[in-house]
Design a protein around this ligand. Structure first.
Ligand code: PMP
Length: 343
């Protein structure tokens, strides 16, 4: 049985605040005049108490494991994660009496590391670039640490069905309700694929296949079919061969992939802050840039919903730091790029 993310389940604690995030319309996108009546909406997952969509995933994985008996009361949770899932697990662990150990990479933002420690998680650094079969690979490090802690449990979000189901039972129904079933396109960036798989599947099933699902892919990621390179959008994209893609991602849900360059993602991210006062993470810029392109090509009257996975307050030292942007050779323009319809 899957627990729905209903606020009633934990009314005494911050767990109650997970899910039921706002859906806001984004205007001023300079869409071609012909698409004047299409709308672009952004689901603000930054509203979750841990600051990201991963609170939903962490909560659902912990609840499922408690129900199945895989996670016993007081047992330790051990997970390798680039940050947001760790913050979600640390928050939920602290509230439900489970110690949490997070294995993360050296380039995880200092703000996310601080958030992990604030929720009393133990943080261990591993080599994020290490090959899948290397003992220094974060998952190998997590396995070793878990072996040394009797009764510990590893959520393994990349291969855990409770990851996409958090979105099938939470994010998807919320969007369906909030748009009053009018959504025509759903856009999400892909990390573990849990968001796009669970939300996309729900929306397709409930619209008899009408809703199109678009995966926004950063420069350097192979999901959209390109060569592996350096990915400069935190938490998303993949550089591994298809045989190693996460099982939490079901590619059959995706109708189309859009590869978005770093300049466009970060320009869109800064647009959101400057024009709308929304301080969000880089994958939100990526998803909105893709949604903008989708809206420019979609039939008049389309309703395009994109996911904004996390808050920008975790990236002040990176995405909103001019020096970091310059080091990464990312150019943030003052205006959104002009979209060529039909190109
Ligand atoms: N954006 C950010 C910042 C993330 O941390 C993640 C999760 N890794 C995602 C997007 C993608 O979510 P999912 O894992 O559900 O594909």
């Amino acid at each position: 049985m899957t627990i729905q993310l209903d606020p009633g389940i934990a009314s005494e604690t911050e767990l109650a605040a997970i899910g039921n995030t706002a859906l806001v319309e984004v205007t001023g996108l300079d869409l071609p005049a012909s698409v004047g009546r299409s709308r672009v909406l952004l689901k603000l997952e930054s509203d979750n108490p841990g600051g990201s969509i991963k609170d939903r995933t962490a909560l659902n994985m912990v609840r499922e494991a408690e129900l199945s008996g895989d996670l016993q009361p007081g047992a330790t949770i051990v997970e390798s994660t680039s940050g947001n899932t760790g913050v979600g697990l640390a928050l939920i662990g602290a509230l439900t009496g489970h110690p949490v150990v997070i294995i993360t990479g050296q380039d995880t933002s200092t703000e996310k590391i601080e958030a992990l420690r604030r929720h009393r998680a133990r943080v261990v650094f591993a080599d994020w670039e290490a090959a899948a079969d290397s003992p220094e690979n974060p998952r190998a490090v997590a396995a070793r640490i878990a072996e040394g802690i009797p009764g510990s449990w590893r959520p393994q979000q990349f291969d855990n069905a409770a990851n996409p189901s958090a979105h099938y039972f939470g994010t998807g129904p919320e969007i369906w309700r909030q748009t009053q079933r009018a959504i025509t396109h759903f856009v999400a960036a892909v990390g573990t694929g849990g968001t796009v798989t669970g939300t996309g599947r729900f929306l397709k099933e409930h619209s008899q296949g009408r809703v199109k699902v678009i995966a926004a892919d950063p420069e350097g990621s192979v999901y959209s079919g390109g060569e592996p390179g350096r990915v400069l959008v935190d938490g998303v994209g993949n550089t591994w061969p298809r045989s190693l893609w996460p099982t939490s991602f079901d590619p059959t849900v995706v109708d189309e992939y859009l590869s978005i360059g770093n300049d466009e993602s970060y320009t869109t991210l800064h647009f959101l802050r400057n024009r709308h006062g929304l301080l969000l993470g880089p994958s939100s810029g990526l998803a909105l840039a893709a949604a903008r392109r989708v809206a420019a090509e979609a039939p008049d009257g389309s309703v395009v919903v994109a996911i904004a996975p996390d808050t920008g307050s975790n990236y002040l030292s990176k995405a909103f730091n001019p020096q970091w942007l310059e080091q990464q050779q990312i150019r943030v323009a003052g205006k959104l790029p002009v979209l060529d319809v039909g190109s």
